[in-house]
Design a protein around this ligand. Sequence first.
Ligand SMILES: *Cc1c(COP(=O)(O)O)cnc(C)c1O
Length: 413
Amino acid sequence: MRKKNKLKEIDQTMYTLLLREKKRQMQGLELIPSENFVSKAVLEALGSVATNKYSEGYPGRRYYGGNEIIDEIELLAIERLKKLFSAQHANVQPLSGAPANMAAFFALMEPGDKFMALKLDMGGHLTHGHLANFSGKLFKPVHYLLDPKTEMLDYDAIEKLAIEEKPKLILAGYTAYPRAIDFKRIKEIADKVGAYSMADIAHIAGLCCTGVHENPVPYFDIITTTTHKTLRGPRGAAIMCKEEYAKSVDKAVFPFLQGGPHENVIAAKAVAFKEASTEKFKEYAKQIVKNSRALADELIALGFRLVSGGTDNHLLLVDLTNKKISGGEAQNVLEKAKIYCNKNAIPYDKRSLFDPSGIRLGTPALTTRGMKENEMREIASLIARVLAKPQSGANIKEVAKEVQQLCQSFPFY
Ligand SMILES: *Cc1c(COP(=O)(O)O)cnc(C)c1O
C-alpha cells in the first residue's frame, strides 16, 4: 500500500496511467493467447530491490562484488526450472523470447548456417527466419509449410525437406499453431539428418511442464521459452539444453548477447516456476485447454470456420473469409467492445500480412481469472454479435456493457 502511495506522491501522471491500464485489463476480455495475468507474488518480486544489482556473469562467477544473495536467487530460479521441465541445464538470463532464440542460434550455429522452421504466415515466429529479423539476415532459413488441406504439420513433408536440405538445425514450436506438436517425430527427423533439434515452446510452456502437451525438454538438444505466456511468469525468457551444450548456451547469452541480467525479473521467474510446479497449476493448464475447446466448439456452432477445424491447445485461429470482414477490422471492432484479440494470417492467406484473413484467440488469461466453459460459450456469442453488425455503434455498446458485467464477476487483482 505504501509503495503505491509513494508513486502517487512522486509521479501522479504515471500513477494515473498505471491505474488506467490496470482497469483496462480488468474490465475487458483478454483473449490474446500470448498474454496472461501474473500473481501478486510475482509482481512483488518484480518490483523488488533485486533490480538495483549488477551481476554480469553467472552464480559463483560474477564480475561485480556483493552478489552472494543474488547468486542464491538465480540458482533457485535455475534449479526450479530444471526440475519443472526435467532439463539438464537451464539459463534464466534471457531478457525475452527473441534474444533467447538469438542466443540459442549462436550457441549451436555459425552465421550462414542453414536451419529449418515453419514459415511466419503459417504460424512461425519472426525469429524463425523472417528476412526482417536477425534469423533471416544472418542465417539461412529453409521453411516448411502446413498441409494445405488439413492446415496441420505434415511430418512426411518435413522429413523429405530435411533430407534434401540437410539443415544444421530443425526448429519446432510456434506462435499461431492450434494443434499438438509431435515433438518425438521432429526429433527423429533431426536425428536422421544429423541436425540439432530445437524447440521454441514460448506459447505452450505452461502446457508442457504440466503434461497437458508433450514436453520436448528431456530429449531435445535445445529449448527456448518465454516466461510470460502460458507459464504465467514475468516478461522474460529462458533456455534449456543438454549438458553438452551448457557452456555454449551460457556464453551465447553472456557475454555474446547480453550485459547485466535483470535479477528482479529472475526472482519473479523463480516465483512463477514455484507456482507452476503445483497441483493447482496443473488444473489451470487443463482448464486452459478445456476452455479453448469450448470456445472453439461454440464458434463453430455459430458459423465460424476455424483453421484446422479446432484446437488441442490454448489458442484458436478463426478464418473470417466467410464473414466478409478482415482480421484487422475484426480486431478493431472487437476492441471497441473491450474484447481483445489480434489479427493473424491463416495458412495460405490470400490477404496481406498487415490485414490478414484471421484473428487469433486464446484462453490463458481468462482462465487465470477463473472463467470456465460456460463463460467461453458466452464470449463466443458476444464475439459473433459484434462481428455480425460491425458498423452498428449501438450493437457494440450493448455488447461492451455485457462484457463489463462478465468481467465484474471475475475480479482478479
Ligand atoms: C512470443 C514468442 C517469441 C518471442 O518472445 P518475445 O518475448 O516477444 O521476444 C519467440 N518465439 C515464439 C514461438 C513466440 O511465440
